[in-house]
Write a protein that binds this ligand. Sequence first.
Ligand SMILES: *[C@@H]1O[C@H](CO)[C@@H](O)[C@H](O)[C@H]1NC(C)=O
Ligand SMILES: *[C@@H]1O[C@H](CO)[C@@H](O)[C@H](O)[C@H]1NC(C)=O
Ligand SMILES: *[C@@H]1O[C@H](CO)[C@@H](O)[C@H](O)[C@H]1NC(C)=O
Ligand SMILES: *[C@@H]1O[C@H](CO)[C@@H](O)[C@H](O)[C@H]1NC(C)=O
Ligand SMILES: *[C@@H]1O[C@H](CO)[C@@H](O)[C@H](O)[C@H]1NC(C)=O
Length: 827
Amino acid sequence: MGFGNFLVLTISCLICICHGFTPPDNYLINCGSPDNSTVMDRVFMSDKLASNLLTSPKEILASQDSNSGPGIYLTARVFTGVSTYKFSITRGRHWVRLHFDPFDYQNFQMGSAKFAVSSQTHVLLSDFTVKKRIVKEYSLNVTTDDLVLTFTPSGSSFAFVNAIEVISVPDTLITASPKFIGNSATFQQSMSSQALETIHRVNMGGPLVTPNNDTLTRTWQPDSDFLLEKNLAKTVSKPAAVKFVPSYATEDTAPRTVYGTCTEMNSVDNPSSNFNVTWEFEVDPGFQYYFRFHFCDIVSLSLNQLYFDVYVDSLVAVLNVDLSTYVNTLAGAYSMDFVTQSPKGTNKIRVSIGPSALNTDYPNAIVNGLEIMKMNNSKGQLSIGTFVPGSSPSTKQKNVGLIIGATIGPLLALVFLGSCFFVLFKKRKRSQDGHSKTWMPFSINGTSGGSKYSNGTTLTSITTNANYRIPFAAVKDATNNFDESRNIGVGGFGKVYKGELNDGTKVAVKRGNPKSQQGLAEFRTEIEMLSQFRHRHLVSLIGYCDENNEMILIYEYMENGTVKGHLYGSGLPSLTWKQRLEICIGAARGLHYLHTGDSKPVIHRDVKSANILLDENFMAKVADFGLSKTGPELDQTHVSTAVKGSFGYLDPEYFRRQQLTEKSDVYSFGVVLFEVLCARPVIDPTLPREMVNLAEWAMKWQKKGQLDQIIDQSLRGNIRPDSLRKFAETGEKCLADYGVDRPSMGDVLWNLEYALQLQEAVIDGEPEDNSTNMIGELPPQINNFSQGDTSVNIPGTAGQFEQSSIDDLSGVSMSKVFSQLVKSEGR
Ligand SMILES: *[C@@H]1O[C@H](CO)[C@@H](O)[C@H](O)[C@H]1NC(C)=O
Ligand SMILES: *[C@@H]1O[C@H](CO)[C@@H](O)[C@H](O)[C@H]1NC(C)=O
Ligand SMILES: *[C@@H]1O[C@H](CO)[C@@H](O)[C@H](O)[C@H]1NC(C)=O
Ligand SMILES: *[C@@H]1O[C@H](CO)[C@@H](O)[C@H](O)[C@H]1NC(C)=O
Ligand SMILES: *[C@@H]1O[C@H](CO)[C@@H](O)[C@H](O)[C@H]1NC(C)=O
């Protein structure tokens, strides 16, 4: 393992910069044939040449005289008893593709064969009969060093297969936490043990894409056969326009031919412009389905022009999609994942897109690609039939039983030994590392290596984020060989340079000091974190470089620098109150996402105004994840060995008890709120003693009800008292001594949104003299920062908004809710 693997991975990563992903495992097997067979440049190896793969009670090589179709379909293996193919693999997700093309050979009419196919963990097919050529594709995360595919005939029938593919899939392909359809909650189960079967993979508005045109050897069908009313749709093709922003999508997510073509509304022939375009797909009832939509706005002429809705079976998948707010560019590739809430009751699924009701200037809707995948049920099955994994074979197959026993016994032992070795290896590795304390908690729910963060402990795992790797030469080019004139800052980690990649993307290049061990840990954490999380309000990682012991991180360039720079000390024009509120709201969204957005909460640990960056539109994004950690519920007793963070922002409770929770970020964010309000450093030793610490100083005035005495001069008279009061209260709650008394980031976000609405009410022309009684007290639900209560009732809406869904509402619908709230309060 160790070095060898690392080398292989490194090499494959270097290759993949130009040619996409190079799979560590790439088994292409031509079953039942003495010869290799080449299909579109892919060599399928004879399973007679690779005889160690197959264990079968009887060798039956079937062949047909035909010149129809590719060579792999001219032969097959026939199995009259339980038979296995065993592939030795690198752990992780793999494609398993099974090719079937029934023909008659001697007494075997393959069209009547009935059988099951299973892996060690999942049932792929059960009581399966196939009448015409078909390729079944699965994606399985294999957590052992072998993948064993078992063919089990049903009753007295037999099994067959023409060809098998077992190919590694990049670890990053299926990691997101999909949203439910018809409900904005997130699918809570981890995708890591989920087996998926591709049911449909469609290139909307584009041609058939064959495996040789896809970096992950996938096949994409054109969509026209699935369209319900063809006259409502038209196609657009602009493959050259597609931009791959690596943190959102790469050619591995879907090829350029998929993102570069789309189906859109045909508004020319249908002038009403208010209709949906709908596709209908056949599915297998009784299962949940995973949907991956691929979008790329190749139809708009400017940003923020296209707003559309997506439905599955009349349920909302997502409303008011404005792709430009996700990718910040036109024609940026983006994918979105959803799952159905319950097993399908029927064998048809309808997918519709239509114009958003929010922005009707350019009514249109698009979709570029769609993958519909069946999810295994709670018994691990992707197919329900008579086959029961592990059941004793029927009397007819006694001799086979022996073979299974003989195969499975040692196999189990191997798996056991393998996992012991794995644990030992990891432990050793960890103690050698010495600096492992800055890593994610290693043991999660008692399982070793179970978390997607913890697997970052070894060097090789960094290379799994292959999509982000950038060659050193390209970094040198981008920064003009680290020209000092491009230096835009120096941080604890190293120097930051402004650069430009050769495709014109502006980037910030952070070059670490290679000598620092601490830096190395932070470097890895940052890559792990940023490649897992993508959000509008988190700075995105474009890539990294670790060639020649370099530690270089490449981020999207943030035109307007840090929030701190706009508050004091730099001579930049001061921000308006509205701008400041929007910045705080943006940063709160980013932190709220970190705390709740993924399956495990992540604590940033270094929230401060210098780590909140502003893009060209002054949109705030949280940066600098080098210290971040996953949350405490993973390990209630986790006591960190060294208090980290920045002076002046540190949670006093964390300092006292060294116990880290999300509420430490909330405290630091509270300090940022007062910094934004007062526009002064959080620690200023040049001031009289009582004023040195901003948090203490501000709380003193807040308690007297006279905070307005110390706010930024430039805000005086431009800030509405209610808005200030709401803002200050929110900050005060954040600074509570004990974490349990502090609001969650979701509560903070909500309250800041409210403060913005209170400020806006005046600008919207509401008479000033009404203002004090118009607002009155806040509804109790909003003032209530209680811990257990994670949801708030919104007057005027029937349901409840879950905190976790707040972030998903677009800014517009959010402000609608609030103006309704403000108005109903006023009556
Ligand atoms: C078949 O393919 C395998 C692997 O690609 C190769 O090693 C072998 O030499 C090939 N055999 C023949 C007869 O071409
Ligand atoms: C596969 O499963 C293992 C163990 O559950 C997990 O650590 C790993 O992250 C998973 N890989 C993928 C790509 O889901
Ligand atoms: C697919 O690949 C072949 C060669 O491998 C190429 O000639 C063809 O243009 C490609 N098609 C598309 C749609 O990219
Ligand atoms: C589009 O379909 C959804 C779900 O069936 C439906 O709610 C919506 O009203 C439809 N829109 C139009 C314009 O027909
Ligand atoms: C799929 O199978 C895995 C076990 O392999 C299980 O943990 C998971 O819950 C199953 N998925 C569903 C949706 O039941």
